[in-house]
Design a protein. Structure first.
Length: 160
């Protein structure tokens, strides 16, 4: 399939990784897939009578986040596929990478995490685990590294 998968969850790290993934897909001429995995462990922790509602809300939230990512891609004239799953975060990412025959997984790092040595913080360790389990290259994108992250739309000038 030759695709790039961008796992997204919301927040500044996800915005940065989405923008980086859009740029990378355009540069490499590859299909881009935005993936949201709603953690089933969250669902399991609530009262059984609420689990269906909580699962539905997590899926809704994932779809909203992916629609925002799709708008970002559209603004850069890039088509994307959106995928929402519910399950174990790491297992479902690995399963999706195998199913889609992805070439690359991009993950967003939360602001303030260390980037000094590969593997020195939780996101780096998570990336290493995914890469070892799937043999798919995994890169961590940090908000500080994405120059156009804070680019705002041009202001509207009113001439009276």
């Amino acid at each position: 399939m030759n695709s790039i998968v961008c796992a997204t969850r919301g927040g500044e790290g996800s915005r940065a990784v989405q923008l980086a993934a859009i740029d990378r897909a355009k540069q490499m001429g590859k299909k881009l897939v935005f993936l949201f995995v709603a953690d089933s462990h969250v669902v399991e922790r609530v009262d059984e009578s609420l689990q269906t509602a909580v699962r539905g809300e997590l899926i809704w939230m994932g779809n909203v986040m992916l629609q925002i990512a799709k708008l970002r891609a559209g603004a850069r004239h890039t088509q994307v596929q959106l995928v929402v799953r519910v399950g174990d975060f790491e297992e479902d990412i690995c399963r999706f990478l195998h199913e889609s025959k992805a070439d690359l997984l991009l993950l967003g790092a939360p602001r303030g995490t260390s980037a000094t040595v590969f593997g020195d913080d939780a996101i780096e360790k998570f990336a290493q685990s995914i890469q070892a389990a799937t043999n798919v290259n995994v890169e961590v994108i940090r908000p500080e590294a994405v120059k156009h992250l804070t680019t705002a739309p041009a202001p509207i000038n009113h001439h009276d």
